[in-house]
Design a protein around this ligand. Structure first.
Ligand code: FRU
Length: 492
């Protein structure tokens, strides 16, 4: 083991003794200590899910990237393992950036990640090169491959940037390994590159799989590419997006492209849309579960909203979203919380067909860590209500909320009044299906986040939320008359 890896592993153990009982989300993974960004190496290996993450243990801010490591049997409760990678080689000395994992036929676990290389060549003008590297292990300890790096600037097609070439996502299909990486052209137009390999160790460039063509931001980070429900789905997290209506916001966004491969293997895109319409979601990665489900997890944070932080001093910053089951329906990527969540249900409360006009709370419908589904419809089909609002983490003074305008068919999340003193992005909205005032909202509320699934996962809006962890009020407000049914499960 290198000095750098030993140092981080010792540091994890020491700090854990001091901070073992600190406040953390109940159901969302946070870094063992320090800073977390992208999910990495999401895989099912030797009977459990492995999730690695971009990790700077020594600070709650981004820094030299390590890979943190956690495992779970049910995708809900995670157990920490020692850090898996530290930046300790010439080819990754400036950081072990994002990547993925797969099991090899001989039972070893293969990690593929981006190494950040310092160069002193005058033509690089101080910029770092990005190369793809491998590490092989047993689910706990990993050894970097002696022939690293396995993909470098020499493998890139013409006009592809060697400074923005990262985040390999590996998979196995029809007897071969493939990976896609994020990249951009010299002019900084985003693209996804496809590579292939016979054995997972020796790689070559196949083609530029998708080009942004100026449509979606600049550099495309953290790509993924998989088959689902008879389609091919490509996902990416483009930097420097331009806003487009309520579909894409400016800055770092998420993008899903649904299409098919034609006879010559070209990806023909048919539909595209944002993956999460909330404030905090980025760099998602998927895994194929042993039962065939495609499951996605994302960093429940965004580079553009890092200014919003908890007031209390916690030893960690950054968290993962809840893992989501994916499907494709009517040209959209549908997302629902993994069904494993239901095994963590505690107290149940249900209220059906209640008319809300003005402001009310409903008996039993309260809780601070909960899974709440609310069906809303007009009380009278002739008269549509004007606005519906559901407040949560409500203590009378502060709250966060989700609102619905049935005329515009817009859903909005808002954390402005949740007690924060920071002026940052606190509201985001999206268009939802026009449905005469009928809407289903499912809110997953944890101690430090809220995720809102609209109409059984047609849209999702996620946000980190540093509201008082004791405030458990839930209130409903309607202008006009809305008929509401609510089912709440406290989560344990
Ligand atoms: C995305 C990203 C990746 C990179 C990693 C660095 O959030 O910028 O492209 O590999 O974070 O931590």
């Amino acid at each position: 083991m290198t000095e750098a890896l030993k140092r981080v592993r010792d540091y994890e153990e020491q700090t854990e003794m001091q901070t073992g009982s600190c406040a953390r989300p109940l159901l969302h993974l946070t870094p063992r200590v320090g800073w977390m960004n992208d999910p990495n190496g999401f895989s099912f290996y030797q009977g459990q899910y492995h999730l690695f993450y971009q990790y700077h243990p020594y600070d709650k801010r981004w820094g030299p990237m390590h890979w943190g490591h956690a495992v779970s049997k049910d995708l809900i409760h995670w157990e920490y393992l020692p850090a898996a990678l530290a930046p300790d080689q010439v080819y990754d000395g400036k950081g072990c950036f994002s990547g993925s994992a797969i099991e090899l036929p001989d039972g070893r676990h293969l990690l593929m990640y981006t190494g950040i290389v310092e160069t002193e060549r005058p033509e690089d003008g101080g910029r770092e090169l990005q190369v793809q590297c491998l590490a092989v292990g047993d689910g706990k300890d990993y050894k970097k491959w002696e022939k690293n790096p396995v993909l470098t600037e020499n493998d890139l097609p013409e006009n592809a940037s060697r400074y923005d070439f990262r985040d390999p996502k590996i998979w196995y299909e029809n007897g071969r390994y493939y990976c896609v990486t994020g990249n951009c052209t010299e002019e900084r137009d985003g693209q996804m590159l496809l590579f292939s390999s016979e054995d997972g160790f020796s790689w070559s460039f196949l083609k530029t799989l998708i080009r942004s063509g100026g449509r979606f931001g600049r550099m495309w980070e953290c790509p993924d590419f998989f088959a689902l429900d008879g389609k091919r789905v490509a996902i990416a997290s483009p930097q420097e997006m331009l806003p487009e209506g309520l579909e894409y916001h400016g800055g770092n966004g998420t993008l899903c492209m649904i299409g098919a491969l034609d006879a010559s293997g070209e990806f023909i895109g048919e539909h595209c849309h944002a993956i999460d319409y909330g404030i905090d979601f980025y760099a998602p990665q998927t895994v194929a579960a042993p039962d065939g489900r495609r499951i996605m997890i994302g960093w429940m944070q965004n580079w553009d909203t890092l200014g919003y932080r908890p007031e209390e001093p916690l030893p960690w910053f950054g968290q993962m979203s809840l893992p989501r089951e994916l499907s494709v329906r009517d040209g959209r990527l549908i997302q629902t919380p993994v069904r494993e969540l239901c095994a963590h249900y505690g107290r149940e409360a249900a209220q059906r067909d209640i008319i809300i006009s003005g402001e009310s709370s409903l008996p039993g419908i309260c809780g601070r860590v909960a899974d709440l589904t609310v069906d809303i419809e007009p009380s009278d089909t002739e008269r549509l209500y004007r606005r519906f609002e559901m407040r949560f983490v409500d203590n009378g003074a502060n709250y966060a909320c989700v609102c619905y305008d049935p005329y515009e068919a817009v859903v909005e999340i808002d954390r402005r009044y949740s007690g924060t003193r920071v002026d940052a992005v606190h509201q985001r909205s999206c268009n939802v299906r026009q449905s005469g005032g009928r809407l289903r909202l499912r809110l997953i509320l944890d101690r430090f986040s809220a995720e809102v699934f609209v109409n059984d996962g047609e849209q999702v809006l996620s946000m980190a939320l540093y509201a008082d962890t004791e405030s458990d009020g839930i209130r409903f407000l309607a202008s006009g008359e809305a008929k509401v049914s609510a089912v709440l499960h406290e989560l344990l």
